[in-house]
Design a protein around this ligand. Structure first.
Ligand code: AMP
Length: 215
């Protein structure tokens, strides 16, 4: 099973990717998480990516594509994966097709849709564990102990790029660079759209229905 979760920042790709990963026993490959991991480790890739991430800009295609291909080729991902945050450009989508075309390609692209006002509300209250990346929200999904991760006890923080000025930039870049992928995948007949406005459980059920061909 090879799935792409597509949608703007704040739509819930990470949260739903984690849920589907648990449910179906396949890994989530999140480019954002991979870049943040590299940044925390101060690798060359992390330092390079950091410059773009802090401004809400996309990391150059060649770097991003190389990182994802490496991940897809790991033996642990041979039975499938859920892509969260990739592809974000036509060049990335084409590179992905070239990489996995021979093994059947992508099974389903799920386009998650939420209006802009709700996205901004979600991003402004989002908190992430510095240690394990688990997501929280100050209003809708707070941690039991303020500032502390329920899962690993790590410290929660607000991502630099979730601050209002950067969010504006990210949403603009998304419209320009990533929205064209909706047409790209529509043409391949692999795209389905779901309303991601509900609670995480409601959205998860919609995703499962889409994966079962019921959408
Ligand atoms: P995310 O956690 O998915 O919101 O990603 C955080 C940041 O990582 C983005 O704002 C970009 O700077 C970078 N990033 C993640 N995925 C990609 C991608 N597919 N292409 C380019 N940059 C990316």
């Amino acid at each position: 099973m090879k799935i792409i979760l597509m949608g703007p920042p704040g739509v819930g790709k990470g949260t739903q990717g984690d849920r589907l990963s648990k449910r179906f026993g396949i890994n989530k490959i999140s480019t954002g998480d991979l870049f943040r991991y590299h940044r925390n480790q101060s690798t060359e890739l992390g330092i390079l990516a950091s410059n773009y991430m802090d401004k809400g800009e996309y990391v150059p295609d060649n770097v991003t594509i190389g990182m994802v291909i490496e991940s897809i080729e790991l033996p642990e991902n041979s039975k499938g994966f859920i892509l969260d945050g990739f592809p974000r450009t036509i060049a990335q989508a084409t590179a992905l097709d070239n990489e996995i075309g021979d093994s059947g390609g992508i099974d389903l692209v799920i386009h998650m849709v939420v209006d802009r006002e709700e996205l901004i509300k979600r991003l402004s209250g989002r908190q992430v564990c510095r240690n394990c990346q688990a997501p929280y929200h100050t209003d809708s999904a707070p941690s039991k102990m303020p500032g502390k991760c329920d899962l690993c006890g790590g410290r929660l923080y607000q991502r630099e790029d979730d601050r209002p000025k950067v969010v504006d930039n990210r949403l603009g870049i998304y419209s320009k660079e990533t929205e064209p992928l909706v047409e790209y995948y529509k043409e391949s007949g692999k795209l389905t759209e779901i309303n991601a406005d509900g609670t995480p459980l409601v959205v998860e059920l919609l995703l499962i229905s889409a994966l079962n061909g019921g959408n």
